[in-house]
Design a protein around this ligand. Structure first.
Ligand SMILES: *Cc1c(COP(=O)(O)O)cnc(C)c1O
Length: 467
């Protein structure tokens, strides 16, 4: 063995102890670590012939890179839709690395990783009150989950026309309808050879809404004239957390032949709360669902899962099977995740989720979801009462979409946000909503509390003076 590797192996206790202490220190200081910085690195470090060993490398990391880390995992990172990491999920994540399993088959001698993953999916179905008629698995994020689901939808579409697209390629245009697809779904249409522009844009409900207009949807379905199509619907749009009407879509599903996909990346967690679960009523009638775990479930990146109805199992295998590797066995007989999703080798992504679900249970997640909404509403209240700001849309759940009051201030919105973010106490994302420049604050982090809201309000008042 290489001598430096041997030394590190001998020192492993000391090395991990240092990392543990550093981790504790980071998490305990999270409230004082800036949410942004403008530092950069040169990125052209030379690779030396002989390595440094783990501890000197840690020193270099601490000297050059650690100071640049921002508190994305803290309670005032409201940009994008960014969750944090619960304590138990960190345990699961560390152990995933330590045990370093390749989660694939359920029956091989290679361990129970895939069974842990299936157990975790079943726990998630319970958390979200979904029936056990979905099969699921873990991927890196909602983008890959959308990709997985829409790839099966593509195969379904071909089969409706008597074609096998997975085998022979796409021979006919694929009909896709959507009102407010997340940019990642549009990217998936590009990746899947469907074409990012090749979807019919359905109108949203008139007024300040981002949800699909059911009447316009049905008008467009009638135009398709009985041919199959794929519907991409939203459980939580990123700007205003709006939800399509899944009860109404369920009725259409009984009348027309389509694959129904729901992007519920963060909005699916509405199901955790008796107060908000009506938003997803009827979603169990869909064919496939995307849910992100590194958002509202508050586990580390990269964690999301797909759900595809069990009845479509064969379509999923046709799409993803590794058919020319005999040692993998018959995919219909021997369950193996590599026949169900894009990746072959994959870490035990389920473990951080498993830990967090067992540690905090249904009530823990109900509390996280409900607290996020309370925080969003407190912030919303400030926006409504302060004459310098105005809401761009009502706060429906956990995302507050607002701007500087008055059209004459439109050109100042971005500089205001830059000033605010530069101060490093909070981070929010710019957006454009109904042709107006705006700002989005998304509440999904389990740590966010009233004190954070007060800090941000003070920061916003200060930032106004700077523009
Ligand atoms: C965040 C998000 C995505 C993309 O998720 P990643 O985890 O970044 O891949 C897709 N859809 C919706 C609605 C989202 O909020």
């Amino acid at each position: 063995m290489n001598t430096i590797l041997q030394q590190d192996l001998n020192e492993i206790e000391n090395i991990l102890e240092k990392v543990k202490q550093q981790g504790i220190h980071f998490l305990e200081s999270i409230d004082t670590i800036p949410t942004s910085n403008n530092n950069t690195i040169t990125t052209n470090r030379d690779l030396s012939n002989s390595g440094l060993g783990a501890l000197p490398t840690l020193e270099e990391f601490n000297r050059r890179l650690a100071p640049l880390m921002v508190s994305q995992t803290g309670g005032r990172y409201w940009g994008f839709v960014t969750g944090g990491s619960t304590p138990a999920s960190i345990v699961g994540d560390w152990l995933t690395t330590i045990y370093d399993q390749n989660a694939q088959a359920t029956n091989a001698q290679g361990g129970v990783s895939a069974l842990i993953e299936i157990e975790t999916i079943n726990l998630l179905l319970q958390l979200l009150s979904l029936p056990k008629i979905f099969l699921g698995g873990f991927v890196t994020g909602a983008t890959m989950s959308n990709f997985t689901c829409l790839a099966v939808a593509r195969q379904w579409f071909g089969k409706q026309l008597g074609e096998d697209f997975a085998k022979n390629g796409i021979s006919q245009p694929i009909q896709v309808l959507s009102a407010m697809p997340h940019s990642s779904s549009v990217k998936c249409l590009a990746m899947l050879g469907i074409g990012s522009q090749n979807f019919t844009k359905i109108e949203t409900i008139e007024g300040n809404r981002e949800a699909i207009d059911i009447a316009d949807l049905e008008r467009n379905i009638k135009k398709i004239n009985g041919r199959p199509f794929i519907l991409i619907s939203s459980a939580g749009t990123v700007n205003t957390a709006d939800f399509d009407d899944f009860t109404a879509i369920t009725k259409l599903k009984r009348k027309y032949n389509f694959w129904w996909h729901i992007d519920a990346a963060f909005g699916g967690f509405a199901a955790c709360s008796p107060k908000y679960k009506h938003l997803v009523n009827g979603w169990d009638n869909s064919d496939s669902i995307t849910v992100d775990c590194h958002k509202w479930l508050n586990v580390p990146y990269e964690s999301a899962f797909y759900l595809v109805k069990e009845e479509h199992r064969n379509l999923q295998i046709e799409t993803f099977q590794n058919s020319n590797a005999p040692y993998l066995g018959n995919p219909l007989e021997n369950f193996n995740y590599l026949n169900f999703l894009p990746e072959n080798s994959r870490r035990l992504k389920a473990l951080p989720v498993w830990f967090s679900l067992l540690a905090y249970g249904k009530h823990g997640y109900q509390d996280i979801v409900e607290n996020s909404v309370v925080m969003a509403l407190q912030f919303d209240d400030f926006i409504c009462k302060n004459e310098n700001f105005e809401l761009l849309a009502p706060t429906r759940l956990n995302n507050v979409c607002f701007t500087l009051a008055g059209d004459h201030n439109q050109e100042k919105v971005n500089s205001f946000l830059t000033k605010l973010n530069d101060r490093g106490k909070v981070f929010m994302t710019p957006t454009v909503y109904q042709n107006r420049k705006g700002i989005r604050a998304s509440f999904v982090n389990w740590r966010t509390n009233e004190n954070d809201i007060q800090i941000v309000i003070a920061e916003m008042k200060e930032s106004l003076l700077l523009i």
